[in-house]
Design a protein around this ligand. Structure first.
Ligand SMILES: *[C@@H]1O[C@H](CO)[C@@H](O)[C@H](O)[C@H]1NC(C)=O
Ligand SMILES: *[C@@H]1O[C@H](CO)[C@@H](O)[C@H](O)[C@H]1NC(C)=O
Ligand SMILES: *[C@@H]1O[C@H](CO)[C@@H](O)[C@H](O)[C@H]1NC(C)=O
Length: 592
């Protein structure tokens, strides 16, 4: 993961980067920082390229990387497939070698379209006076566009800061609907910055560019060129549904084992294990040497729920057995007053509850409890692995401080209550500072893992959310499959840019195995009824395919846990005003 940034301006005096943004970029790439400026007189413009590298593979490659013709590349990504990158090679170098040879826009698109893996890119073509930028098909890496009040300079950056300008209206996430080409020559001549959009194949690229200043316009290319996505469209077929001979009300792992015996079922499950296992292998292998020889290189954002359990079990196959794996489990402290707010219980019962609440450790939130159970399951499946179950306890004071200091800038330009809760929970979890139980006591633990695996994408693809049940009830399988296709399309703007900014702030890299191109391709070819059966009860029917996979992998009770969203599982939502709506604008983000 890296922090990349480019400021373009019509006058060199305005071609500067705010300290505050520079510092945030450095958090993302603590291993090497470098700035390059270009001042061009005909046509007249200036560019500042600022790159901050987190070293993940090959030998460290300083960025911005230049070729012999003066083209410049800023690459925040990982090539996990598509283009060949030898083990000891820099993927940044490989990408630039390919781009240097491009003669036309269609060449550039064909290179970027081939890459499998997450990326955000800024590429300056000297001869053409243009800048290419964009994000991968799912938008797994952040890229923001912001502008100053006078509109004579624009900034592309991995992360920004709330404190610049008023409100969020001068900053937006670059939509992951395609790649973009910015023509600096015509800008310099006309004062109007024209950005051409080359869309991803079948994606709906009719994005509404609200809030843009008048001097910038985005237009879909009239060349007809598109990028070909590496994943096929979702299978929308709802015919041929196979009835499940499962009586409702039976929701145990034994029932899952029964379902696994249906014809063809085990093959599907094994295919998923192969493709997901391979995605995880590519994400945990060949990491740079550890700074601490006893520390973990790989961590999992861990609630003990089925998505994170499967990540842990499969990571266990590919992480060398002499290395620990960190399981990062976050909990927010319940306030005394909130703990006692019962449902108006009176008398002895209430007294009894109060005493029980006092005795209960205040960090024993739902995810902590399922996390501990999950740890037991993992320890019995793989007893010789050292599993560090990292208990990350966050107090309200610390939450307030870190939100004001860091998190509100990282979430920006997103701004809802939900962005705030998930952003905060994820920031503390990914930081990985907490305690690990040892015998009767506990010791301080600071995770050294640079790779953080997260389960995002499982619920969106396998119908894990309660809104999927609502949709299924109201409009059946047809409604459900439409909902899933829509959600996968908007996952970049809802989650991924934000999650990348949050996790990268610790100099760590978020990796999303459920959003690997091959995993999504496999899931997209399956009909919806293979992924979930929402006529079956909660904790069983949603993500049914994943539950069957868990059983096949030897997991027990965690296979039938119902979904609990991070903001509830970690109890951060309880800590704050519980009456506010998730989609409301969060006042805590702007007042801090
Ligand atoms: C990686 O990139 C750096 C900078 O371009 C270069 O010096 C180094 O030789 C490259 N390493 C490999 C293995 O290609
Ligand atoms: C963290 O919370 C857990 C409860 O889940 C508790 O057992 C542990 O003692 C707490 N540790 C610290 C240092 O607060
Ligand atoms: C969609 O699923 C159905 C049922 O399994 C299958 O027959 C069909 O080939 C699939 N379509 C695509 C495009 O994968």
């Amino acid at each position: 993961m890296c922090g990349i940034c480019c400021v373009v301006s019509l006058s060199s005096s305005q071609c500067t980067l705010h300290n505050h943004v520079y510092e945030r970029l450095r958090h993302r790439g603590p291993d090497h920082s470098q700035d390059i400026t270009r001042e061009v007189s005909d046509p007249e413009y200036a560019c500042l390229f600022s790159a901050h590298v987190l070293h993940m593979r090959g030998s460290p490659t300083p960025q911005p990387l230049q070729d012999d013709d003066g083209n410049l590349l800023l690459w925040n990504g990982e090539v996990f497939g598509g283009l060949t990158v030898q083990l000891e090679e820099n993927d940044t170098k490989v990408i630039l070698d390919h781009l240097s040879m491009c003669k036309s826009p269609s060449d550039v698109l064909s290179i970027l379209g081939q890459v499998k893996g997450p990326w955000a890119i800024i590429y300056y073509q000297k001869e053409e006076h243009c800048i290419w930028f964009g994000r991968d098909f799912f938008g797994r890496r952040s890229l923001l566009l912001s502008w100053g009040s006078d509109q004579s300079s624009f900034t592309l950056t991995s992360v920004s800061s709330r404190s610049l300008g008023v409100g969020s209206s001068n900053c937006l996430e670059v939509p992951a609907v395609g790649v973009y080409r910015m023509d600096l020559k015509s800008w310099s001549k006309t004062n109007n910055l024209k950005v051409e959009v080359y869309p991803w194949g079948y994606l709906d690229s009719d994005f509404s560019w609200e809030g843009l200043p008048g001097s910038i316009s985005f237009v879909k290319t009239d060349s007809g060129l598109v990028l070909s996505p590496r994943v096929p469209p979702m299978n929308m077929s709802i015919t041929g549904v196979e009835p499940k001979s499962c009586q409702s009300g039976q929701t145990s792992t034994d029932n899952l084992k029964e379902l696994l015996k249906r014809p063809g079922q085990q093959e599907t499950v094994r295919c998923l294990i192969d493709v997901l296992g391979e995605a995880i292998r590519r994400r945990v292998e060949h990491l740079p040497d550890r700074s601490n020889p006893n520390g973990a290189q790989v961590a999992v954002l861990f609630s003990g729920g089925i998505d994170s359990m499967i990540l842990a079990v499969l990571a266990d196959r590919y992480v060398p057995l002499d290395q620990p794996i960190d399981l990062l489990n976050v909990a927010f402290k319940l306030q005394e007053s909130k703990m006692n707010q019962g449902s108006g219980k009176k008398g002895r019962k209430k007294e009894h509850d109060d005493v029980a609440a006092k005795l209960r450790p205040r960090f024993d939130v739902p995810d902590r409890i399922t996390g501990r159970d999950g740890l037991q399951e993992l320890a019995s499946l793989s007893p010789s692995r050292k599993w560090n179950f990292v208990e990350i306890n966050v107090t309200q004071e610390e939450l307030r401080d870190k939100r004001a200091e860091n998190i509100c800038h990282l979430v920006h330009p997103l701004d809802t209550v939900l962005d705030d809760s998930i952003g905060c929970a994820m920031w503390f979890a990914a930081r990985g500072t907490g305690f690990v139980s040892e015998g009767a006591g506990e010791r301080q633990h600071r995770s050294t893992a640079k790779v953080v695996l997260t389960g995002i994408g499982a619920d969106e693809q396998l119908a894990g959310y309660s809104r999927h049940r609502v949709r299924f009830k109201s409009s059946g399988l047809q409604g459900l499959v439409e909902e899933l296709a829509m959600e996968l399309g908007r996952i970049s703007s809802r989650n991924l840019g934000r999650d990348d900014r949050i996790i990268a702030d610790h100099g760590k890299e978020a990796r999303f195995p459920y959003l690997d191109e091959d995993v999504v391709s496999f899931l997209n070819t399956l009909p919806v009824w293979e992924k979930a059966d929402l006529s079956l009860p909660r904790g069983f029917g949603e993500k049914l395919l994943l539950r069957l996979t868990a059983v096949e992998l030897g997991l027990g009770p965690s296979a039938v846990l119902p979904k609990r969203a991070m903001q509830f599982g970690s109890r951060i939502a309880k800590l704050e005003n519980s009456r506010e709506k998730a989609s409301e604008k969060c006042t805590r983000l702007s007042s801090s």
